[in-house]
Design a protein around this ligand. Structure first.
Ligand SMILES: [Zn+2]
Length: 290
């Protein structure tokens, strides 16, 4: 999990959200608010104004995803659902709040996250929230990647391919990391773990190939190194420009790949502790900012 590059929502879509939210907030009773939020959510695209607002919302959220239209929780599946970070059934006052949205895949949204949520009590201990009951307050125990950087709470271990909670966190932050991993089952879904390993292999092979290309002394040598799936080289260009163009292409490959948390852990940890990665980042220091 990584922090999203949050964007502002275009005015007319924001106005629509404000309208819907004030309809919910006008009610005084929690159950009435929750029911209203649910009904308005189900009905949200049944008018032209609603359709257009939620199209804008979805498109803007898609631009904010941590990789190309990828689920911001599992980082593997296509992100198609507008997910409420604070569930609307428990926090109807956040049902139409822009900062409470991100795109997630159907599986993360409905099978894992769903209505599961917890808050902290006054001792910073976790209170799991039963369905359809009013939370005692809104100190959520879940990392909110719209406003918080998950890497400040946990990092992926390149080896086990599971998230490890950073040592020395304060109790509320530690509890947030524990609960986020638990609710999303980030460390227990075998397919996620296996796909992270495959991503690490991909990132290494790609970057290793790029270092070889950058030390090549002839265009013919570069051509022999490239895979059949890389862009064709323009023979009229000089060697330097060809390398610049290829580097840009490889950068795009890295940045648009699934599992950006794997790449983040490689930059943060492996670049310092792993000999082979250290050599790659010594050769291409810019890649630490990719
Ligand atoms: Zn997902």
């Amino acid at each position: 999990m990584l922090q999203l590059a949050s964007k502002n929502l275009e005015n007319s879509a924001q106005a629509r959200l404000t309208d819907l939210q004030s309809t919910v907030n006008a009610l005084s009773d929690f159950t009435a608010k929750a029911n209203k939020a649910k009904a308005l959510w189900e009905d949200k695209t049944n008018s032209n104004i609603g359709k257009s607002a939620f199209e804008t919302i979805k498109n803007t959220l898609a631009e904010m995803c941590v990789s190309v239209k990828i689920c911001n929780y599992c980082e593997q599946n296509e992100a198609n659902d507008i997910e409420h970070i604070y569930p609307k059934s428990l926090f109807p006052e956040k049902a139409f709040v822009w900062d409470n949205y991100l795109l997630a895949c159907k599986q993360c949204n409905t099978a894992y996250k769903s209505d599961k949520f917890a808050v902290l009590d006054n001792n910073d201990d976790i209170i799991d929230l039963p369905r359809n009951t009013q939370p005692p307050h809104d100190r959520g125990v879940f990392i909110n990647p719209r406003v918080e950087d998950p890497s400040a709470f946990m990092l992926l271990n390149i080896g086990s391919y599971k998230f490890e909670i950073l040592p020395n966190l304060l109790k509320p932050d530690n509890n947030k990391a524990v609960k986020t991993i638990e609710i999303l089952q980030l460390n227990n879904r075998d397919q996620l773990v296996e796909s992270r390993r495959a991503a690490a292999v991909y990132f290494f092979q790609r970057m290793d190939l790029l270092t070889k290309i950058l030390t090549a002394t002839t265009i013919a040598e570069i051509k022999s190194l490239l895979t059949p799936y890389d862009a064709e080289i323009d023979d009229q260009m000089i060697l330097y420009d060809i390398k610049v163009q290829i580097t840009a292409g490889f950068k795009r490959d890295i940045q648009t790949h699934a599992n950006p948390s794997v790449w983040n852990a490689i930059k943060t940890i492996e670049s310092k502790t792993n000999e082979k990665w250290r050599a790659i980042f010594d050769a291409i220091p810019d890649a630490l900012n990719w």
